[in-house]
Write a protein that binds this ligand. Structure first.
Ligand SMILES: C[S@@+](CC[C@H](N)C(=O)[O-])C[C@H]1O[C@@H](n2cnc3c(N)ncnc32)[C@H](O)[C@@H]1O
Length: 277
């Protein structure tokens, strides 16, 4: 029986994917990579992985398609209630007070690795609920999966995908459509979807919050640290970082400190040490 993915091509593909995105395939998840590659080879005109590898080198768009196919896009509305509550009761009130004192009235948030949009829309709905009327907010939602971004941009979710949405939010922020619900224009208008690979600098600066949950888990430690350092660069001096509940910056030298709130643990940018006496 011929082997589809030889050791040589496993190595080649995994370093190609790692270099391009930070996503790390270990020996234990080799079969996942193999099955995604089978699908890509079938879809492309290539006859085997070797030919497919050659075609990626010649065509950058195929690399993007491969990256899209190896990502896991699992997400849901109101994922991790404790995070949503921390945002609602801790983060937004602190930022609103700070902005009032600074004379500013806008909040800037980045949902990095937003998948199909449930995460940025959840935080947009919360903002609508708790933000004072004279404030506005903009959420940038980015991912490297174009397929996912298109779903987010469309904002239509089947009945099964809105299951976690509290009834009150469903009635207020969604329109009933055949077979599902569409997010309201008011909420959609708060979210801007954008293609972005976390391997590179986003160019975003002075953000108040970065939400990057269940993304770092696919990276190895070096790639995680590089991404976290870029978040630091993108954030304002007083700002917050949410990562997934199974992810941690423990043992990593970063510019963030751990914050224990009544609801969940998050991170904030370390305050500069004052040398005044
Ligand atoms: C499991 S989903 C998490 C979605 C959402 N943040 C949540 O927690 O529900 C992980 C997402 O990270 C994205 N992703 C993985 N590597 C990425 C990279 N290098 N740049 C941008 N997005 C990436 C994937 O495409 C996928 O949509």
């Amino acid at each position: 029986m011929s082997v589809f993915l030889t050791d040589e091509y496993f190595e080649r593909f995994r370093s190609l994917i790692y270099d391009a995105s930070g996503i790390h395939f270990s020996e234990t998840n080799r079969s996942i990579l193999e099955s995604r590659l089978k699908e890509r080879v079938r879809t492309s005109a290539a006859t085997d992985v070797a030919e497919y590898y050659g075609s990626i080198k010649a065509d950058g768009t195929e690399l993007n398609a491969l990256l899209d196919s190896v990502t896991t896009n699992l997400t849901r509305f109101f994922r991790n209630t404790a995070h949503v509550q921390t945002f609602e009761y801790h983060v937004v009130p602190e930022l609103v007070n700070l902005k009032r004192a600074d004379g500013s009235r806008s909040l800037r948030i980045w949902s990095a690795g937003c998948s199909t949009g449930e995460e940025p829309y959840t935080f947009a709905m919360i903002l609508r609920e708790v933000m004072p009327n004279d404030f506005s907010a903009q959420i940038v939602a980015s991912d490297l999966s174009l397929k996912s971004l298109m779903i987010g941009q469309e904002g239509f979710y089947t009945d099964s995908r809105v299951q976690g949405v509290p009834q009150r939010y469903l009635a207020k922020y969604f329109e009933r459509k055949q077979g599902g619900y569409r997010i309201s224009d008011a909420i959609r208008g708060m979210v801007r979807f954008d293609y972005h690979n976390l391997k590179h600098d986003s160019g975003l600066r002075d953000l108040d919050v970065v939400i990057c949950r269940n993304v770092l888990i696919y990276f190895d430690e070096a790639a995680q640290k590089a991404v976290v350092d870029r978040f630091w660069q993108a954030l304002a001096p007083v700002s917050f970082l949410f990562i997934g509940h199974s992810e941690s910056l423990f043992g990593m030298k970063t510019g963030f400190e751990f914050v224990r709130t009544d609801w969940a643990h998050i991170y904030r940018k370390k305050r500069p040490v004052s040398h005044e006496r």
